[in-house]
Design a protein around this ligand. Sequence first.
Ligand code: NAP
Length: 253
Amino acid sequence: MGIPASDLGVAIVTGASRGIGRACALKLAEDGYDIVANYAGNRAAAEEVARAVEALGRRALVVQGDVGSEADILALFAAADAFGRLAVLVNNAGVIDVAQRVDEMSADRITRMMTINVVGSFLCAREAVKRMSTRHGGKGGAIINLSSIAPTLGAPGQYVDYAASKGAIDALTLGLGREVAAEGIRVNAVRPGLIETDIHASGGIPDRVSLLADTIPIKRGGTAEEVAECVRWLASDKASYVLSTVLTVSGGR
Ligand code: NAP
């Protein structure tokens, strides 16, 4: 006998193989959702998340797909449709890049950043709204976007392109949240500060969080679990009157 389908439905988490996405997948599984765990290249890590979800008594489906590709996003949502009713989307997959000034950035770098972080989140949100909105015959749901405190700081000399991409996520959250609020969907975002994950290594500074810890009012970096705890709350009915909001999770930074 397999694990029965969840009454709550399915949560898609993009970039669920590692870091904040992984922690979101596990907390949403704890809360009773079946999980569609998307990843880009690290299948072994995604499979490990799926086993952990199943150990919590929930079903898991692992789907490879680059959120920078519309075809991959359509395939991800088609796979999720066959798995169960979509109730939650966590728009988590995102990238940074090595530290550069704007006058050093190539068009390819900026385009990649915007394609994955902005276009990817927009298209995943579009597909989720088509399925969740009462206007389209859906039963409602919650979308949680991963923003960052970067747009509040600008990230000069590091990655202004990343900060700009997350500024777009804040506007997506505000506008889409109001657009679909009367259709049973709550759209919110979290705005993490410096969180201990692999993303800093991908930007060329693996120990970035410990290097900057002293500049954070709480004097430490955050954990993926601390961010996921907020995502879980925003996804839940406990946040039933909260929409178009960006919740800062930054230790005061
Ligand atoms: P991470 O540790 O680098 O993990 C990134 C995850 O996203 C991995 O699961 C990766 O899959 C997946 N991914 C990367 N590119 C993808 C693509 N094109 N399509 C689909 N999946 C992709 O990142 P993180 O630190 O957990 O960050 C998660 C989100 O939080 C991002 O949006 C990030 O901007 C945001 N955030 C992070 C921090 C921080 O300090 N960590 C702060 C503010 C905001 P693979 O394992 O297959 O590569």
